[in-house]
Design a protein. Structure first.
Length: 117
């Protein structure tokens, strides 16, 4: 399974971006999908997670109320709508799929998000 993420870019503070991540296998059914973000010299951190079957969501406190994670099961695609962006949201964003047996087994290539002040 390959995950293809896109949608990053350069935006001014207060602006919005929408990331998407599509799985290559239409029959793929993970336990959950997450968006991680990473800045240079730091470990990736989870920004948001969505349970694939129930749709329940989790957000890191730093993005709660500004970011929305959603999924389209038919398209095997997960989205991250990012509003009210701040310069501290600048990072490389990765999507990842958590399977029932092996944790975060599949990772997409990162997409850069840069928020200018």
């Amino acid at each position: 399974v390959q995950l293809q993420a896109c949608g990053g870019g350069l935006v001014q503070a207060g602006g919005s971006l929408r990331l998407s991540c599509a799985a290559s296998d239409r029959t793929f059914s993970p336990a959950a999908m997450s968006w991680f973000r990473q800045t240079p010299g730091k470990e990736p951190e989870v920004a948001a997670t969505i349970n694939w079957s129930s749709g329940s969501t989790y957000y890191d406190d730093s993005v709660k109320g500004r970011f929305t994670i959603s999924r389209d099961n038919a398209k095997n695609t997960v989205y991250l709508q990012m509003n009210s962006l701040k310069p501290e949201d600048t990072a490389t964003y990765f999507c990842a799929a958590r399977t029932y047996t092996r944790g975060f087994e599949y990772w997409g290539k990162g997409t850069q998000v840069t928020v200018s002040s």
